[in-house]
Design a protein around this ligand. Structure first.
Ligand code: FES
Ligand code: FE
Length: 443
């Protein structure tokens, strides 16, 4: 089926129909199809705001480097000889060639492959080949020839963020109360978090916002991932890895928090982690945690830091994925197994086995999601069918308490929330991302 982008509807249509007073929240199909929308997303969201670019542990040694992209622009992160981290455009100052094509490594000097201009790990130009013979004018000689630093680069705990836009707010302000959940991830790793070797990159033929939705979508789980659930029922589990849910967990509750700026978390109070596994881990991180963090470390959570980072903490394993939109109907995903530094070999093995089960194109769940995205992209091409109805679950709040006890427990003051049984499949946790998206597209 042809899902090529349509260009006819977006400018004439509001992309978001957000009328809470009428109980209406709808996203227009053009949001997933129109190349003009995609262009605005690139310039105003990915290249216009903060995005996640890496983990501090990737630059733990002098001269470590990592390359990535912000929107469509290539980026080079480096630790200099003193271990100070910097972020630069990955583009030679001479004729603009990609300076470092490797995804990561350790280099004291980066030499451009075209005419051999060379830069050190602090981004300073160290060499212009045959400079004396070059008949350069004084104006050129006086110029700085070093790599161009990114306007903004900041760290929050183990997580590195950067922006091409100098006018973004401070990173802490951008993250807001979503930082409580980054704190929770980092608190489980007193020595820091690391990506395990073996990054996986894959693409799906669909719009990037399908991925944003899916990570917060509890509704799909028992429908799309039936084969995964059935497999788990049949397989004897390693006692270290999982088993019956820990005693004392609230039965089958789920909820979400939306933090503004598009960040949100969907949590569930049950996990497969066995008491054996939880006890092992608590021994390592309990002294560094509040009581609330200790309790919540046993809850499953899917966290989105808008627009490009998602973390799934199954308790038994942790996955971090980075979203790179390539076209309205093409998205590249880079996924990593995220783990605390200093785990025992047994804990690490249990984490890896569980990670392999669910995640990546080789797992038992990610391929199902990717097929769903591709068929969704095809189906959304039916612009004549009008608005979809997929953002309405959970909008009736009449039976919710005035205060959410979980919110108080975590010390969250400003987050929007919902809570309910596992069958709720809340869709209101998508709303903040789309409101943020619409606000940023409107400039
Ligand atoms: Fe890099 Fe010429 S483009 S040295
Ligand atoms: Fe899924």
């Amino acid at each position: 089926m042809n899902s090529s982008p349509r260009t006819s509807a977006a400018p004439a249509q509001p992309l978001l129909d957000d009328r809470p007073e009428d109980g209406v929240f709808r996203v227009h199909r053009s949001a997933f199809l129109d190349p003009r929308v995609f262009e605005m997303e690139q310039t105003r969201i990915f290249e216009g705001g903060w995005v996640f670019v890496g983990l501090a542990s990737q630059l733990s040694k002098p001269h470590d480097f990592v390359t990535t992209t912000i929107g469509r622009q290539p980026i080079l992160l480096m630790a200099d000889e003193h271990g100070h981290m910097g972020a630069f455009f990955n583009s030679c100052r001479h004729r603009g060639m990609l300076l470092q094509p490797a995804p990561h490594g350790n280099r004291r000097v980066h030499v451009c492959r075209y005419h051999s201009w060379a830069y050190d790990s602090a981004g300073l130009n160290q060499h212009i080949s045959e400079r004396e013979q070059g008949r350069y004018l004084p104006g050129f000689q006086a110029e700085d020839h070093g790599l161009v630093p990114l306007p903004r680069f900041a760290r929050y705990r183990d997580f590195l963020f950067a922006s091409i836009n100098p006018d973004v707010p401070e990173l802490e302000d951008y993250l807001g109360e979503a930082s409580h959940f980054l704190d929770l991830m980092s608190a489980q790793a007193p020595q820091g978090l690391e990506f395990l070797p073996g990054k996986v990159t894959y693409t799906f033929r669909g719009n990037w916002k399908l991925q944003i939705e899916n990570a917060l979508d509890m509704y799909h789980f028992s429908h799309v991932h039936v084969s995964y659930v059935e497999l788990l029922k049949k397989r004897p589990l390693l006692p270290e890895m999982g088993g019956p849910p820990p005693t004392g967990a609230a039965e089958g509750e789920q909820g979400s928090f939306s933090f503004g700026n598009g960040h949100a978390v969907m949590w569930r109070s049950r996990s497969r982690a066995s008491e054996t596994l939880l006890a092992q881990r608590r021994e390592r991180f309990a002294p560094h945690m509040s009581d609330a963090q200790l309790k919540w470390s046993g809850y499953g959570r899917n966290l989105t830091i808008f627009p490009n980072m998602q973390m799934v903490d199954n308790v038994t394993s942790m996955m971090l994925r980075v979203i790179h939109p390539l076209a309205p109907d093409l998205t590249e995903m880079r996924t990593y197994c995220l783990a605390p530094l200093g785990e025992s070999p047994e804990e690490r093995e249990a984490r890896l086995r569980d990670y392999e089960d669910f995640f990546n194109p080789s797992g038992f769940a990610t391929p199902d999601d990717n097929v769903v995205y591709e068929h969704s992209q095809d189906g959304l091409g039916a612009i004549g069918a009008g608005w979809t109805q997929g953002y309405a679950r959970g909008m009736d709040r009449s039976d919710l308490p005035a205060r959410n006890p979980y919110q108080d427990e975590l010390g969250l003051n400003e987050a929007a929330w919902t809570v309910g049984p596992r069958s709720l499949g809340d869709e209101t946790c998508f709303h903040d991302a789309y409101r943020t998206w619409a606000r940023l597209l409107a400039g």
